[in-house]
Unconditional design. Structure first.
Length: 148
């Protein structure tokens, strides 16, 4: 059996999208991909993200918000940036590490905009569910979609 692919999902704060991607990858592809997530900064786990992932049967409560610097000594095969800011500020990785981008909308930002318009918490959670499901679809395409 070959070694699992070491894949890091990188986002701005490692609180939502990258955490969703790590959770889905561990849940759906844990036999072939060793998933990690990190942020350019660390903001902690977003409680709405934790809630909508649990609704889908994925427990992410054991995951933690980590900084990309924490992975300086980790031999990664692939880094996938999941937001524009992380993609633009992505650090340089060794040449044997592929960097790919798969951008997703920012649920906290979308929910904040809805809240300002008077949306209920349940309506705000719709943003998180939509992105959760988009990320699941992306993870289901791994690793083939990376063109390694």
């Amino acid at each position: 059996m070959s070694e699992p692919l070491k894949l890091l999902f990188l986002c701005t704060g490692n609180s939502c999208r990258s955490q969703m991607a790590e959770g889905w990858t561990r849940h759906l592809k844990g036999d072939s991909i060793e998933a990690f997530s990190a942020g350019v900064e660390t903001h902690g786990l977003n409680p709405h993200m934790v809630k909508v992932m649990a609704e889908a049967g994925v427990d992410v409560t054991s995951q933690k918000s980590e900084n990309i610097r924490d992975f300086a000594d980790t031999a990664l095969d692939v880094v996938v940036t999941v937001c524009g800011h992380a993609h633009e500020t992505c650090p340089i990785f060794p040449t044997n590490c592929q960097v790919a981008h798969a951008g997703f909308p920012d649920p906290p930002k979308m929910a904040k905009e809805l809240a300002e318009e008077g949306a209920s918490e349940e309506e705000q959670l719709t943003c998180y569910r939509q992105v959760r499901d988009e990320i699941r679809t992306y993870v289901e395409s791994l690793p083939e979609s990376l063109n390694l």
